[in-house]
Design a protein around this ligand. Structure first.
Ligand code: A2P
Length: 336
């Protein structure tokens, strides 16, 4: 097959190899193990199950407060020879409290230390907004009213230049963005020397982000879909269970699941993979961890793909709007 430049060829190749080629020349496994909302107490066993099940991409962040346990499990797997460092793709992020050029090095070093790694595969700016500088490694500097203190001077161009230095120094192979909007990404691109290798955003069948997705396609920026199952764990924590429809119980999804003899979660994840997204479902339940990676060797047909496309609720499908940080919308770089 010589159709190397054909979109379809690229997609099938990527699916068979279960990886996608990043702009920096590295391969990223299309299914990652999401760890947002996974407390350390549950994550150790869950990560063991995930690695045994074949996950080779782990997504974390300092704000998830679980990098240390991930580091311990990885070290065990490396020491026992079950895994080599190059077998696993590790992603972590610059937290909002460090969203300024001078803090990038300190925080990437901290993540590398906690993860017990020499280098990261991908380092993302977690959010376009920034919190005020804090002492030590505090993640949420609060004012007297317990509101998170904001840094109104966040400068993405300067932060990106500091991220580029981390690539040059070998601390990370690739760099990217998370939760940025189109104009914010454009500004970074206009000033970047090293390509934006990833945009990580909330993306699921109820929230398909068409404009942002087509912008990223035009700029060759791959997309990782976070909360690909609609993040029920987060919805529960926010006490919004009644207000936010559960995509895992959507009738169309359940009907399609029946047709293919798959679960609703598998249909939702496979739908995203067939649209060329990378997915990072979170689970700490052994059975669901295994279920969420069994996405190969079968395909959703065109008609059913179209039905899933129709489930998009546009902007009202967004779940993670950061409203849990009161007053955050006053930040000039609030993205939504
Ligand atoms: P649990 O960890 O108990 O499995 P998202 O990745 O969209 O944020 O979704 C994560 C939420 O969905 C978590 O609450 C997780 O709970 C749950 N979940 C993960 N995988 C599945 C699955 N296959 N079926 C149903 N719920 C799932």
């Amino acid at each position: 097959m010589q159709l190397v430049n054909s979109r379809r060829f690229y997609r099938i190749e990527a699916m068979e190899n279960r990886t996608i080629l990043l702009p920096n020349g590295e391969l990223i496994p299309v299914i990652g193990f999401g760890t947002w909302q996974a407390p350390e107490s549950e994550l150790q066993d869950a990560l063991e199950v995930a690695l045994e099940a074949g996950y080779r991409h782990i997504d974390t962040a300092p704000v998830y407060e679980n990098e240390k346990v991930i580091g311990n499990v990885l070290k065990k797997w490396f020491t026992s020879g079950k895994l080599k460092r190059s077998d696993v793709f590790v992603v972590t992020k610059l937290p909002p409290v460090a969203n300024r050029a001078e803090d990038v090095e300190k925080w990437i070093e901290k993540s590398l230390g906690d993860l017990q790694l020499e280098y990261l595969d991908l380092y993302l700016i977690h959010t376009p907004f920034g919190f005020a500088k804090s002492d030590g490694y505090e993640l949420y500097p609060l004012d007297d009213d317990d509101l998170v203190k904001l840094d109104y001077g966040t400068d993405h161009v300067k932060v990106w230049a500091a991220m580029e230095k981390q690539v040059e120094r070998g601390r990370t192979k690739a760099i990217g963005l998370s939760n940025f909007n189109i104009s914010q990404i454009e500004r970074v691109l206009e000033n970047a020397t090293i390509s934006v290798s990833m945009l990580q955003i909330e993306l699921h069948a109820y929230f398909q982000q068409r404009k942002l997705v087509s912008f990223c396609k035009s700029k060759n920026i791959p997309i990782t879909a976070y909360s690909p199952l609609g993040s029920r764990g987060f919805v529960k924590v926010m006490n919004k269970e009644g207000a936010v429809p559960d995509i895992l119980k959507n009738e169309t999804v359940l009907e399609i699941a029946k047709t293919y003899k798959k679960t609703a979660a598998q249909i939702l994840l496979r739908y995203l993979l067939q649209n060329n997204f990378i997915v990072i479902p979170k689970s700490t339940n052994p059975q669901r961890i295994k279920e969420n990676i069994q996405l190969f060797g079968w395909e959703i047909g065109e008609k059913d793909m179209e039905k899933l496309k129709q489930l998009d609720l546009d902007d009202s499908g967004r779940i993670v709007n950061f409203d849990f940080f009161k007053g955050l919308r006053r930040h000039p770089e609030f993205p939504f």
